[in-house]
Design a protein. Structure first.
Length: 437
């Protein structure tokens, strides 16, 4: 399974996913801007925030449903192809929806249908490539996904500059159809079928989680959650529960911020093209952060300390955006948004995600690997959804500026917990397995 030059075989079929990632990358921003355009910045903000919450809420059961469906159907190509095809039709259906309830319903269906590809694509890497090439395959799949999202924001920024925002879904839907055709042509149907449990504790899964943390190998039970958090009161056994507690605060704060960032930009009358352009710069920074994070975290560096520093800076950026929201009128809000969001969502997120996920993987022991990873996915999904719902309440009753500060404070709590882990001295040090590069 090697190339003619003796090197590892390149996983060519992953490029069939590129166009679909271009199509799906900016759709969340599109939906929020569309709702804000329908109702105005002030009246439309609650609907825009609610749309994000609905999308996040649907993503959790969707990951479970499609994981089970993949195990039952034993066909990878059909699931992926059907997902891309249905996604294209859902994107076009935004042209027919003129109410908040309709837009949120379609966006929720996009969450349901688009999540169908995660499990089969993961399994295809293992089923069609030799074990020695799994890391390369997962890394390539992650890179294609990230680059696709970035290109989607580039396309959207250019489109919004010259053409009506509502019609952006036409090229995005066309790109999803391109992936549909390419999937029919390029995606293989493996001779041997793996169940999801076969991925347990395979290092390449870490790289796939960069793209989507909502990946359930097994459905976690109440006992699984209790097993993780039961040692919180004992200093000797508190490492794992404190780690997961820090993750809860991190994703609560992140969920709050992500739900209100686009409405805050619209409130300051920034153009739709500017909103997409800010995401382009942040995505480039994030890709580079993921690209080099593995190298930066090797050796004797404390993972917990790197995570603490990253989440502290990220939280400070959130809080400073709240201050800038109040004191900087109109287009002057663009510069701090560009700089602080790029630092928070790009550099800091890449470093924190790599460090914290490595800590999670290094903390897993025993035979219940799939259950523990299921708890991790549930924690991320539930905390993110709860954060976006909380942002709806704070936006309605306290304002966007207070919402930004609250998100920063929650990340500050995450940083404080992670710092306690770092001072405990019993955390893993350095990346113990392959880097992302």
């Amino acid at each position: 399974m090697a190339s003619k030059d003796g090197g590892p075989k390149r996983v060519i079929w992953v490029y069939a996913t590129l166009s679909a990632n271009i199509a799906l990358g900016p759709i969340g921003t599109f939906v929020q801007l569309y709702l804000l355009g329908l109702y105005g910045s002030q009246a439309g903000t609650p609907y825009a925030v609610l749309a994000v919450a609905a999308f996040n809420a649907v993503s959790i059961p969707s990951a479970l449903i499609w994981g089970v469906a993949t195990d039952r159907l034993h066909t990878r190509k059909v699931i992926v192809t059907a997902s891309y095809l249905l996604t294209a039709f859902l994107l076009l259906s935004f042209l027919l929806t003129k109410t908040a309830s309709g837009v949120i319903a379609v966006y929720s269906l996009v969450s349901l249908i688009s999540s169908a590809t995660a499990t089969p694509l993961n399994l295809l890497i293992m089923e069609t490539e030799p074990k020695s090439n799994w890391a390369n395959g997962f890394a390539r799949l992650s890179l294609v996904s990230s680059v696709g999202v970035m290109l989607g924001f580039v396309l959207s920024s250019i489109w919004a500059q010259y053409l009506p925002e509502q019609w952006l879904v036409v090229p995005l839907a066309s790109l999803s159809l391109v992936s549909t055709v390419m999937s029919v042509i390029l995606l293989p149907e493996p001779r041997f079928i793996f169940e999801r449990e076969a991925i347990e504790m395979r290092r390449p899964l870490f790289q796939r989680l960069i793209v989507s943390p909502f990946f359930f190998l097994k459905l976690p039970t109440f006992y699984d959650f209790r097993s993780i958090f039961k040692g919180l009161r004992n200093e000797l056994t508190s490492y794992v529960p404190m780690l997961y507690l820090s993750l809860i605060f991190f994703y609560l704060g992140t969920g709050i911020f992500n739900a209100v960032f686009v409405p805050s930009l619209s409130y300051h009358l920034l153009s739709e093209s500017d909103v997409y352009a800010i995401s382009v710069v942040a995505m480039i920074a994030q890709i580079l952060a993921f690209r080099y994070a593995g190298r930066l975290l090797t050796g004797d560096r404390s993972l917990a300390m790197v995570a603490t520093q990253s989440v502290t800076i990220r939280g400070a950026c959130y809080a400073l955006l709240g201050v800038a929201f109040v004191i900087l009128p109109g287009a002057l809000f663009l510069l701090p948004s560009l700089v602080l969001y790029t630092l928070a969502a790009g550099v800091c997120y890449g470093l924190y995600y790599t460090a914290s996920n490595t800590m999670v993987f290094n903390s897993i022991s025993g035979r219940n690997h799939g259950s523990w990873l299921g708890v991790y996915s549930a924690v991320v999904g539930i905390a993110t959804t709860a954060g976006s719902l909380l942002s709806l309440l704070t936006t309605l009753y306290l304002g966007l500026d207070v919402t930004f500060v609250l998100s920063g404070a929650l990340l500050g709590a995450s940083a404080w917990i992670t710092m306690r882990i770092a001072r405990g001295g019993n955390q893993p040090r350095g990346v113990t397995t392959e880097s992302h590069s």
